[in-house]
Write a protein that binds this ligand. Sequence first.
Ligand code: EPZ
Length: 480
Amino acid sequence: MSVSKNDVFESDAELLKRSPEELEAEGRKLDAQKAGARVGLTSDEIIINGGRPLKGRIEVRGAKNLATKAMVAALLGKTPSVLRNVPNISDVRVVAGLLALHGVLITRNEDQTEWRLDPSNVEVAHQADIDAHAGSSRIPILFCGPLLHRLGEAFIPDLGGCRIGDRPIDFHLDALRNFGAVIEKLPSGISLTAPNGLKGANIELPYPSVGATEQVLLTAVLAEGQTELRNAAIEPEIIDLICILQKMGAIITVEPNRVIFIEGVPELRGYDHRAIFDRNEAASWAAAALATKGDVFVGGVKQEEMMTFLNVFRKVGGDFDVHDDGIRFWHPGGALKPVTIETDVHPGFMTDWQQPLVVALTQAEGTSTIHETVYENRFGFTDALNKMGAEITVYKDGLNGDTRRVMRREFEQAAVITGPTPLTGADIEVPDLRGGFSHLIAALTAEGQSKVTNLGIISRGYENFIEKLRLLGADFVFES
Ligand code: EPZ
């Protein structure tokens, strides 16, 4: 199956925003809308009858936060790349669409988990097309270095992504300027050129940003000379990206203390790589097992990358067994225990893990505290949980006088969760990706019926989650 420029992907969320008439005019995705009309549900909504433990086995596929970046890395090769274990999520489709617009020829195997990306004919894309297809993803910013290397110019539209704070791109732009990029602000995005080519640089990030570290890696590998990056992020997905770049011919050394050296090389070839599993999806299903008093085997998950999560899961009172092909997570009975957590960069407790876990903590006996230190606005999802009966107070400026392990940043938030509180079904709307999945968990945990709307956002990062709910015995109505 091949993907061409005329067949760019759109995010499900965007398609779902169109009216049935608009979709009909374009001749696509009508089945879902028509089916929804039959029972009064759109394919962006689900009705969940909660209170049943989730039980069974599901598989997680490659990480959203690696696969999308690996696809961008393919732009750097002289020969085609093959990425395996690709998740069927809309963020992947958005990146594929952008690559196709830039002349990358994409083909997929039958089950669409193996993608071949041929960058032989990379070309400049029209700004209006890029803008129209960038969707709600933040990945476009990572096209800067590869496009500057390949084409000498790049246009990046204003970025989307979850509404969880300011999410600026200053670290990215400062790093690119250090490499010699010239950046011009346009009404609909930024335009970049590199009149004197890109040269290795000494860069210290103000914070170990995942995206800015990836930006530096994707730019430095083909820049002339050596790059030293200090205060780099070292998330497992970044190490996996480094493995990909090394397969392509890059020379990258990861030193202690968040220092990464990159020796620029004149050219890179394509890679063949199996994407690392999705830690965020794994933690989400684990939390769902705990909150619903269930027992879920999450296939494809490895222990090492989950260690920090597993410690917290155990402290809260969950149990798990590590197998060669995955991890079984279950609620062993008895009361869940409260915890205090600070979200942090790796190897700390990920910011993306707190939302699903908070639902389980509403069922713990006592007071839990979550300090969110990575993003400044990541507790919006708790409003819906409170509507369902939870007792969660959000402190927008954090808690004073608290002894904390993580260094204070200029902002922080804290959520104090008092439990156990029975949850009851309600109509709730998905606010963002991880918060949205926590809403699903809350609806599955709650007694009674919930209607969860704005589901399209969840398909940005959770592959086939409806099918997985079915496999785990959830009781719901969904019309696709
Ligand atoms: C990545 O976002 C992930 N997204 C996020 O996952 C994840 O939560 C985050 O890393 C932290 O692990 C993708 O990989 C696509 P950052 P990213 O740069 O790279 C500030 C999910 O749900 N910052 O590490 O955008 C920023 O505002 C998503 O899957 C600047 O100030 O995160 C934040 O406070 C959500 N200036 C902090 O750094 C910059 O130029 C960390 O952001 C860049 C970042």
